[in-house]
Write a protein that binds this ligand. Structure first.
Ligand code: SF4
Length: 365
C-alpha cells in the first residue's frame, strides 16, 4: 500500500529502507535534512510512528518546578538564567518546593519534572532535601529531575562520583532523568555556545552510568541556532548507539531554540516546517526509540497537533508553571487542562492516552 507513495521522489530509496524496517545511516540522515520534501519525510515518519504506536497519542499529567534560576554557566542560547544579584533571581527552599506541590494537590498529577540553573551556593544536601520534600507531600508521584549539567554540579558539591551520588538521589526519591543539557554533541557548538558545561562525550558517559544503575532518561537535541545538519545527524546516531547499548532512553525530544532575550537574539526563529522536520527525522533515525515527543510548550499546541502525523506519539503534558521559556515566549504560565489536552489530541485525529513515566497506560478515552 505504501510502496508507491514516494515513487519518483528523491527519497524513494530511503522509503524502501523504512518500509523494510532497515536502519538509516549517516548519508540518509544528511539527505533527509537536505530535502525540502517535508511531505515525503513526514509520510515516512508516520509509517514508523504508526508501526510502533498505532494511532495512540500519549500525554502525562505533570507539574514543572524550576527550583532556581541562578546559574553560572552562561549558555548563549539561554533566556532563563539570572545572576545572584538580579532582582529576578530566586531559589526555592525545600518548604517552598513543597508549597508549589501543594498548590496542585487537587489535580491527579503523576509526574513532577524538576530542573533548574546551576547555583553554586546550593550544597549537596539541598538536592536530596528537595526530592524528599516533594515525596513528603505527594508520596506516589514520579520525580523526573536533574539534567546532566545539574548532576555534574551535584557530584561537585558532594565530592563524590556519579556512581555514588545517583543511588543516594534515588533513595531520596529520584525516579528518572529528563535528559536535558545535551544540546548538540558537537565540540564546535560546545565551544561557541556552552563551554562551561559538559560536552557531548561527558553527557553520554553520564547517561550511560545512569542507565546502568537502572535510572532511565530521555534524550534531547536543541535545534535552530548555529548547528549544522551533519552535527545533528551525528548527535542522533550517537544517541542511537547508546540506546543499542543500554536501552535506557524512554523517548527523544527535539527542543526548539527560542532566540528572544538570549545572546543569539539576531538569529531567525525556527519555522513550523523546521519543527515538523526535526520531529520526523528524529523518528526516522532513532529506530530503537519507542517514543518521540512533541513538546507543545516550545513548538505551540498547533504545531504539536500536526506533529502527531509527522512521527510524534507523545505531546508531553499539562505542564503547570514551566519557567524556562516563559519570559522569552509568552511571559505567562504555560499549562493546558486535562480536557484541553485531550481535545487537542482528538482534534488532530489521534487517540489520547494518559501514560505514566514508563509509558504504561493509565487511562484511555
Ligand atoms: S541552559 Fe541551563 S546551564 Fe545553561 S545558562 Fe541556562 S540554566 Fe544555566
Amino acid at each position: 500500500m505504501f510502496a508507491s507513495l514516494l515513487r519518483g521522489s528523491e527519497l524513494a530509496d530511503i522509503q524502501e529502507k523504512v518500509l523494510e524496517g532497515r536502519r538509516l545511516g549517516f548519508e540518509d540522515g544528511m539527505r533527509l535534512y537536505a530535502s525540502s520534501d517535508l511531505t515525503a519525510i513526514g509520510t515516512m515518519a508516520n509509517i514508523v510512528r504508526e508501526r510502533k504506536n498505532g494511532s495512540l497519542a500519549y500525554y502525562v499529567r505533570n507539574q514543572h518546578i524550576n527550583y532556581t534560576n541562578i546559574c553560572n554557566k552562561f549558555c548563549k542560547f539561554c533566556s532563563f538564567y539570572s545572576l545572584p544579584r538580579d532582582p529576578s533571581a530566586y531559589t526555592l527552599t525545600p518548604e517552598q518546593v513543597q508549597d508549589r506541590v501543594r498548590e496542585y494537590l487537587h489535580l491527579p498529577i503523576t509526574e513532577i519534572h524538576m530542573v533548574a540553573g546551576i547555583n553554586p551556593r546550593l550544597p549537596y544536601r539541598y538536592y536530596l532535601d528537595i526530592l524528599r520534600a516533594v515525596k513528603e507531600v505527594r508520596p506516589d508521584v514520579h520525580i523526573k529531575a536533574y539534567t546532566m549539567v545539574e548532576l555534574a554540579e551535584i557530584c561537585r558539591q558532594a565530592k563524590k562520583p556519579l556512581e555514588e551520588v545517583l543511588p543516594q538521589l534515588m533513595e531520596a526519591g529520584l525516579d528518572s532523568l529528563p535528559g536535558g543539557g545535551a544540546e548538540v554533541f558537537s565540540d564546535r557548538v560546545h565551544r561557541e555556545l556552552f563551554p562551561l558545561k559538559q560536552n557531548g562525550d561527558e553527557w553520554l558517559a553520564m547517561a550511560r552510568a545512569a542507565h546502568r544503575l537502572g535510572l532511565p532518561s530521555n534524550a534531547t537535541l536543541l535545534y535552530g541556532h548555529i548547528e549544522e545538519p551533519e552535527e545533528k545527524v551525528d548527535h542522533l546516531l550517537r544517541l542511537r548507539d547508546l540506546q543499542d547499548e543500554t536501552g535506557g532512553f524512554h523517548c527523544y525530544i527535539p527542543l526548539e531554540f527560542h532566540p528572544e532575550k538570549t545572546d543569539l537574539e539576531g538569529l531567525p526563529a525556527a519555522t513550523g516546517d523546521d519543527n515538523l522536520k526535526e520531529i520526523a527525522i528524529g523518528r526516522l533515525m532513532l529506530d530503537n526509540f519507542d517514543h518521540i515527543k512533541a513538546f507543545w510548550v516550545m513548538i505551540s499546541p498547533q504545531i504539536s497537533q500536526a506533529a502527531l502525523w509527522y512521527g510524534a506519539d507523545d505531546i508531553d503534558g499539562t505542564v503547570m508553571e514551566y519557567e524556562i521559556t516563559r519570559d522569552a515566549v509568552t511571559d505567562t504560565r504555560q499549562s493546558l487542562t486535562h480536557s484541553q489536552l485531550m481535545d487537542l489530541i482528538r482534534e488532530a485525529g489521534r487517540e489520547p492516552v494518559e501514560r505514566d513515566n514508563r509509558y504504561r497506560i493509565l487511562s484511555r478515552s
